[in-house]
Design a protein around this ligand. Structure first.
Ligand SMILES: *[C@@H]1O[C@H](CO)[C@@H](O)[C@H](O)[C@H]1NC(C)=O
Ligand SMILES: *[C@@H]1O[C@H](CO)[C@@H](O)[C@H](O)[C@H]1NC(C)=O
Ligand SMILES: *[C@@H]1O[C@H](CO)[C@@H](O)[C@H](O)[C@H]1NC(C)=O
Length: 417
């Protein structure tokens, strides 16, 4: 991943960057290639992820729009059909509370009635691997589970309200390959909003959860591992627990996690290796607890046992709540490019029994102290490098770790080794 500054520098250094060829990509989320087309072609906006050079001039009704500017995370389209419900979905669910209709694209009605869950299940069962369901309608599924099997694309353009099914997800995909959830808006108090394990090539797009309790997204603990998980923008408000909690992922790419008023973590990574995350942004997350906007725990980033750098985070922003950043229980192998933490109610940063963690820049403004600590059950911190401006709070290293490099500025008091 390159920072915006590096990309800008590269572009500046290479003014003769080629124009995109006819039918080539010329824009879209994460696209860093040419944004103009060869002569005779025009860059046609298709969706937020993709613009393409087409022959002749672009239609005025579908102008090119600017591309997104985030640097990290998922950059490939999750639904190239032009927004939720765009193109021709294989099956749609339409209607409202008194009457839902599930139809396939040849017009056959697969369900009609007042049960939103039945309408959705008819849709999901009515497509095969490689096909897409678009749930246009809004409604409630109660304390139930929708299961998505391999190769299916499931998108919710309305709002799905969910209940609390103990130990289960409102939407689950387990033991699957190639499941794609490009769009989803969820309300309610699920045990887990989305529950996964044993997945390969899972893609989540624009996921918005306005919850009144429960957990947002969970990759289960004592189950099969996941390989190659991609998430675009995950927004979770009001979860009682974590916005996003992972266990056992090998290969994870996240564009951004935005957590607001959540009881535990914004993003909690555990036994997860090979991760690239753009932004983790928490506001009033983990208030009154030891959790954090970003937490690494339970040997996160351990890799094959050497904690070589394999967890890359572009940016962490945290305001209020509990901790800002918390690394614990033999986690590490992590590099955080920049941070912006202020007024965290517990430690702004706590690093405890972690190995090979670098925070490469940014600021801490007030809130709890920046702390390196150790519990006795694991080896003490080692290979920690922190470059940071700290104001309005203190920095403390106790006990002294091994190979700890502090590059501090700002007026915060220091008690380091
Ligand atoms: C729609 O459903 C009907 C009934 O199951 C089926 O015969 C038809 O092939 C389906 N059409 C498509 C495009 O899948
Ligand atoms: C979710 O919350 C956001 C921010 O509070 C709000 O703008 C949006 O309308 C809410 N959406 C739903 C479906 O509740
Ligand atoms: C869900 O129900 C369980 C009991 O089965 C309860 O412990 C938990 O707090 C409930 N969660 C939510 C979010 O309501």
């Amino acid at each position: 991943m390159y920072s915006l500054a590096v990309i800008t520098a590269l572009l500046a250094a290479a003014p003769a960057l080629a124009q995109a060829p006819l039918w080539g990509q010329c824009g879209g989320g994460g696209w860093t290639g040419p944004t103009t087309c060869v002569s005779g072609a025009c860059c046609q906006y298709s969706n937020e992820w993709y613009s393409q050079c087409i022959s002749g001039s672009c239609g005025g009704s579908n102008p090119q729009t600017t591309t997104r500017t985030t640097t990290g995370g998922t950059t490939q389209p999750t639904n190239s059909a032009g927004g939720c419900g765009g193109g021709t979905p294989d099956v749609t669910v339409t209607g409202s509370s008194s009457s839902y209709t599930t139809k396939n694209k040849s017009g056959t009605t697969l369900y009609t009635g007042n049960n939103y869950l039945s309408a959705i299940n008819a849709a999901v069962n009515g497509i095969s691997n490689g096909q897409r369901v678009s749930v246009i309608a809004s409604g409630s599924i109660g304390a139930n589970t929708i299961s998505i099997s391999s190769g299916k694309t499931f998108e919710v353009c309305g709002t799905i309200d969910v209940g609390n099914r103990s130990g289960r997800g409102a939407i689950e995909s387990t033991g699957t390959t190639g499941v794609n959830i490009p769009y989803l808006t969820m309300t309610g108090n699920p045990y887990f909003g989305l529950l996964f394990y044993g997945t390969r090539d899972l893609t989540l797009g624009q996921i918005t959860m306005n919850l009144s309790g429960g957990m947002g997204i969970r990759f289960h603990r004592d189950e099969a591992a996941n390989y190659n998980v991609k998430m675009d923008t995950i927004r979770v408000t009001g979860a009682g627990s974590h916005a996003v909690e992972t266990w056992n992922i090998n290969g994870l790419t996240i564009n951004q996690v935005i957590a607001r008023n959540c009881g535990e973590c914004g993003l909690l990574l555990q036994k997860t290796n090979d991760a690239k995350v753009g932004l983790v942004d928490g506001n009033n997350v983990a208030a009154g607890t030891g959790y954090a906007t970003l937490r690494f725990a339970n040997e996160n980033g351990r890799g094959s046992g050497n904690w070589n750098t394999n967890i890359y985070i572009d940016k962490v922003v945290s305001r209020g709540g509990g901790r800002g950043i918390f690394c614990v229980s033999q986690s590490g192998g992590a590099e955080i490019k920049t941070i912006d933490l202020a007024s965290n109610g517990n430690n702004a940063i706590l690093i405890e029994n972690c190995y090979n963690v670098a925070i490469k820049g940014g600021t801490v403004n007030g809130g709890g102290e920046v702390r390196l600590a150790a519990r006795t059950e694991f080896a003490n911190n080692r290979d920690i490098s922190i470059t940071l401006k700290v104001d309005g709070t203190s920095v403390r290293e106790s006990p002294c770790g091994t190979n700890i490099k502090w590059t501090l500025s700002g007026s915060g008091s220091r008690n380091i080794c």
